[in-house]
Design a protein around this ligand. Structure first.
Ligand code: ATP
Length: 654
């Protein structure tokens, strides 16, 4: 509402006179109903830091609940989980006579001649399973990595069964690594109470030595095979493993991370074998180091590692037709895989001693002394992964198998490896006993029913925990939105306070306190501005404004504007706290942010009717939810504006 000139003039003259006599008291009268005085503004802004602190504490406790539930789920499922993925038939596969393997959701049955073998796993992905199905099972441990746990995802299997396909995938069917990278960055971006920084390393364990895959390329004429070969593995007193000299690039977004990953995988050693045109001749390890630190107090700083490992193919050396160097590569791969199996099995048994460094004796006992140079004196693979396989870590092994009849032998070997890795932990809760007589011995005749009960109970608990986790996550999100709003208001209010007395765009003008209103009011020249605005420029010289009067008027206008905005922010605060369902992505809220920053850039310190109209417009946009307190900004604002005009007019009359 904008008052006409007549209405402005008809404002009760006593009030205006009062105001002119004692400006500060006049500002307290009902002329300024509902508008806080600049001098009356409290020391701290109205959206309190206390309120924000409370919200952050609430957020932390909800996040803690979510983390606890996730950890319990992962523990119940097993901190070392073993999946099996069966590759689809390829055009190059020999014609099949019958399917050698049949697949259940958690078991694989392999038939070879008249022998039938059954293997239980945590999950089996059939031939038609897509990359996204696999990733769905991987996803929870990505969260766990962001929460500060070490995570290790390993692709194991016979050569040519799809390990690289699962880990890397193709452009159209991205594998685990690209999906993990995407998920990591999107999850990290969603949480503003924790600041994450990521770095990436890639290395290859080739013939028992380490090769840095992200190291800068050496000039073509250099005779060295690589600038970074045979890196040293060090362990600090806390058991944290460090690979000395390994390139570790910091990656701030998905694009950067993908670029480095592409660079690393191109540097990997591959060669042709009878079984796979581009067979990986090494173990390829990609590591994401996640450093988390709280942006608010109470959030612990932590560093965790997320390993994604494409193991070299376990292979029957004769079958692959490997000779010379390729044969040696195959042997080296097989040996380190066995060592890895030993380590994981030992970890699962929670044995006091884990044979990270026992490959030497193992190699000697098998009279494989000729391969010692390939390993150094221990398995590099298990040494590197040591701190990511042990206590508190989450391990996920994807065992790959072929669907072909001619591969039944390798398929059986891979599944025996899976069983060995998996067996001990699953025995903790659900004994896995295949032999019928053993079952009766261990559990009596009711064993199948007991096993089923145990399993059902575990599944029920997992479902309940998952629900708890989802609830906590939802609540977390709601509180996060409230924090964002509170932060926004606090920031705006702080800015407002810091600008209260000094219009930022007029740095040279002196700071004029409120008392100066009096002087400004008492000076008849103040009227000149109003006159200049409202009438033609053909005024007598004594009525035109001076620099000082213009400045004073500017200050008065600026202060009026600030008071107007202060009222709006207070009002907005009320609205926001009453409407928690508004989200940061809410178009209204975004409009407010935009309008607000626009206003702060362009609307200070001048006050005009247009500004006020804009404010009113802004107000109507922000307050789309029911109001708690019906304070329409337009009235007091306009009254202020009107008063300014009116004052000028009255003083003009004096
Ligand atoms: N699930 C799948 N869907 C479609 N194609 C697949 C799948 N799994 C594997 N393949 C195809 O099978 C071939 C061999 O796969 P891949 O190279 O990933 O095997 P690998 O186990 O990594 O072998 P190596 O150990 O020799 O490196 C590739 O052409 C790949 O595209």
């Amino acid at each position: 509402m904008i008052l006409t000139q007549e209405e402005q003039i008809s404002l009760p003259s006593e009030k205006v006179e009062d105001a002119m006599e004692s400006p500060s008291s006049a500002l307290n009268t009902d002329l300024f109903d509902g508008i806080p005085l600049v001098s009356e503004l409290p020391e701290s802004p109205p959206t309190t830091a206390e309120e924000l602190k409370g919200l952050r504490v609430k957020h932390r406790s909800l996040d803690e609940k979510r983390r606890e539930a996730l950890n319990k789920v992962l523990d119940l499922k097993g901190s070392i989980r073993v999946f099996c993925r069966v590759r689809p038939f390829l055009s190059t596969d020999k014609k099949r006579l019958r399917d050698p393997i049949s697949i259940g959701s958690e078991k694989v049955v392999v038939r070879s001649n008249s022998v039938k073998k059954e293997f239980s796993l945590d999950k089996v992905f059939p031939q038609e399973a897509g990359q996204e199905d696999v990733f769905l099972e991987v996803e929870p441990i990505i969260r766990s990595a962001l929460d500060g746990n070490n995570v290790c995802i390993l692709a194991y299997g016979q050569t040519g069964t799809g390990k690289t396909f699962t880990m890397e995938g193709t452009n159209k069917q991205p594998g685990i690594v690209p999906q993990v990278l995407e998920k990591l960055f999107s999850l990290a971006a969603r949480d503003n109470s924790i600041s994450y920084s990521f770095s990436m390393s890639m290395l290859e364990v080739y013939m028992g030595s380490l090769r840095d895959l992200l190291a800068p390329k050496l000039p073509a004429r250099t005779h060295e095979t690589s600038s970074k070969c045979n890196l040293n593995i060090q362990s600090d007193p806390n058991g944290f493993i460090k690979v000395e000299g390994l390139t570790d690039v910091s990656v701030s977004d998905l694009t950067q991370a993908s670029r480095w990953y592409t660079k690393g995988r191109r540097a990997r050693s591959t060669s042709w074998t009878n079984v796979n045109d581009a067979s990986s001749r090494s173990h390829c390890l990609a590591r994401i180091t996640i450093a988390r630190s709280g942006t608010v107090e109470g959030v612990k700083a932590k560093v965790s590692k997320l390993w994604m490992v494409d193991l070299g193919g376990s292979e029957r050396l004769l079958k692959t037709g490997a000779t010379g160097q390729t044969l040696d590569e195959g042997r080296a791969i097989n040996l380190s895989l066995s060592a890895l199996g030993d380590v994981i099995a030992a970890l699962k048994r929670n044995r006091g001693h884990v044979p990270y460094r026992q490959v030497l004796s193992w190699v000697l006992s098998l009279k494989l002394i000729v391969y010692i140079p390939f390993f150094g004196l221990n398995s590099k693979l298990t040494q590197i992964l040591k701190d990511s396989l042990g206590d508190g870590s989450k391990v996920l092994m994807l065992v790959h198998t072929s669907p072909c009849e001619e591969d039944v032998g390798e398929t059986t070997c891979s599944l025996i490896f899976a069983k060995r890795v998996r067996a001990v932990e699953s025995n903790k809760e659900i004994p896995e006993v295949n032999d019928a007589s053993e079952k009766v011995y261990l559990f009596g005749p009711n064993q199948p029913a007991m096993l089923q009960d145990l399993k059902r109970h575990r599944e029920k608990t997992i479902v309940e925990l998952n629900q708890k986790m989802r609830d906590a996550e939802e609540d977390c999100q709601k509180v996060k939105n409230q924090i964002l709003k509170a932060e926004f208001l606090l920031h705006e209010n702080k800015r407002l306070y810091s600008n209260t007395y000094l219009p930022p765009e007029d740095k040279e003008s002196p700071r004029i306190p409120t008392e100066d209103y009096k002087e400004a009011m008492e000076t008849p020249r103040i009227a000149e501005i109003a006159i200049r605005r409202n009438s033609s420029s053909s005024l007598p010289r004594f009525m035109t404004s001076t620099v000082a009067s213009r400045h004073r008027q500017g200050v008065a206008d600026g202060e009026t504007n600030l008071r107007t905005r202060s009222l709006k922010l207070t009002q907005s605060s009320l609205q926001f706290s009453g409407s928690q369902s508004l989200s940061y992505s809410d178009p209204h809220f975004r409009t407010v942010l935009r309008s607000s920053s626009k206003m702060s850039r362009h609307a200070e310190p001048k006050t005009s009717v247009t500004d006020i109209t804009n404010c009113k417009d802004l107000d109507s946009r922000i307050l789309s939810t029911p109001r708690q307190k019906k304070v329409t900004a337009s009235h007091p604002n306009l009254r202020v504006a009107t008063l300014c005009h009116h004052r000028r007019r009255m003083s003009d009359l004096v």
